[in-house]
Design a protein around this ligand. Structure first.
Ligand code: KG4
Ligand code: ZN
Length: 346
């Protein structure tokens, strides 16, 4: 029989402070998010030192609020899970120190969670019957990965971006179009008013075998077009739509290739760009036509949040080898393939 467990999740890898309480029997009890968008907007991107300081400032009250909303006393927690990496090192260390201090005070285990594993598992929060094996498309500000998931903790990379991550390409293209930070959602909104066919964008690496991808050329292409059509609002919308359509085409085709190559028929999509509506509708259509199934979390759990960390922690808690000590294990770089069961964090 599996014991029920209640886990506090702490996410501080970038510019969002996320705290949540996950109960393995009752699901998500609470979820609090503080976004630093306003702090970083004036700089056009995340300023790491400001991010770390803001996490330190927000963590205590957000934790009190999350526990209160969950109706949970700190002593009723079974473990404290925190994002150990990858991410901005100062931001990660703010969350890790806070988590380890709580774990020490409460005499509970601290769980060092891989941010991309948490993204990957997030769609399972609402779909407990869905289980590996499946393929996963992870598209965030720092990563574009196609993974084969044989079981929780065992991940093989089928393909990845050889240059910019998808979210990064969205953000940089948005800057070229003078859109406010964070660029991805702003560009997607502008694209709704644009004609994706007015400008021809290439479909990088579709002619090459395998599942690797490349997005930096699309950004460069968008820059040239924007320079050729200054002060032209309709052209900006058409560039946004053309760029988005090219990205989506590549992601759909490479996801299909990953499924074919691995012989799998289920795809999980996660990470910030997984919130993109065009990507969601095109992927659903393409896969369903083939009798394949695609699963994603609600958009608010695609972008960074504490719920996915608490949930991943509850799954990792079942594996005694996953319990980390109070040593702070933050890692700015941490390939997902280095995670392995049954000793994922050794
Ligand atoms: O997963 P996430 O919240 O943070 C990282 O781990 O990086 O992903 C953030 C990225 C940003 O690049 C943001 O612009 C992008 O996801 N993003 C989107 C959308 N929402 C967020 N990109 C395209 N369309 C969206 N709707
Ligand atoms: Zn993320």
């Amino acid at each position: 029989m599996t014991q029920t467990a209640r886990v506090l999740g702490i996410e501080t890898s970038c510019d969002e402070t996320g705290i949540a309480v996950w109960d393995s029997a009752r699901g998500l009890l609470s979820h609090k998010l503080y976004s630093q968008v306003k702090t970083h907007r004036q700089y056009g991107g995340v300023v790491p030192e400001l991010a770390s300081r803001d996490h330190v400032r927000r963590l205590p009250q957000l934790t009190v609020d999350a526990l209160e909303e969950a109706g949970c006393l700190p002593t009723e927690l079974d473990a404290i899970a925190y994002t150990a990496g990858p991410g901005l090192i100062g931001a990660l260390m703010s969350g890790a120190s806070f988590a380890c201090a709580m774990a020490y005070a409460l005499d509970r285990p601290a769980l060092a969670i891989h941010h991309m594993e948490a993204h990957l598992l997030a769609p399972l929060m609402d779909n407990p019957d869905f289980s590996p094996p499946f393929a996963a498309l992870l598209v965030s500000g720092g990563h574009s990965l196609l993974m084969q998931v044989d079981r929780i903790g065992q991940y093989t990379c089928l393909g990845q971006s050889i240059d910019d991550a998808v979210g990064e390409a969205f953000d940089k293209t948005a800057r070229i179009l003078d859109l406010p930070y964070p660029g991805g959602p702003a560009l997607a909104k502008l694209a709704e008013r644009g004609d994706p066919e007015r400008f021809h964008f290439p479909r990088p690496m579709l002619d090459r075998e395998g599942c690797d991808m490349s997005f930096s050329g699309l950004k460069t292409h968008a820059r040239r077009l924007a320079e050729a059509h200054p002060e032209d609002a309709q052209a900006a919308a058409d560039i946004a739509a053309g760029f988005q359509e090219a990205v989506v085409d590549v992601l759909v085709a490479k996801s299909q290739r990953a499924l074919a190559q691995s012989g799998l028929d289920h795809l999980v999509v996660a990470g910030g760009v997984g919130a993109n509506r065009r990507l969601r509708s095109r992927l659903a259509q393409a896969l369903e036509e083939n009798g394949q199934q695609v699963l994603w979390p609600p958009p608010e759990y695609c972008t960074d949040n504490g719920a996915m960390i608490a949930f991943a922690g509850s799954l990792r808690l079942r594996d005694p080898a996953a319990l980390s000590g109070l040593e702070i294990r933050s890692r700015a770089r941490w390939p997902l393939e280095e995670l392995a069961s049954p000793s994922p964090l050794a």
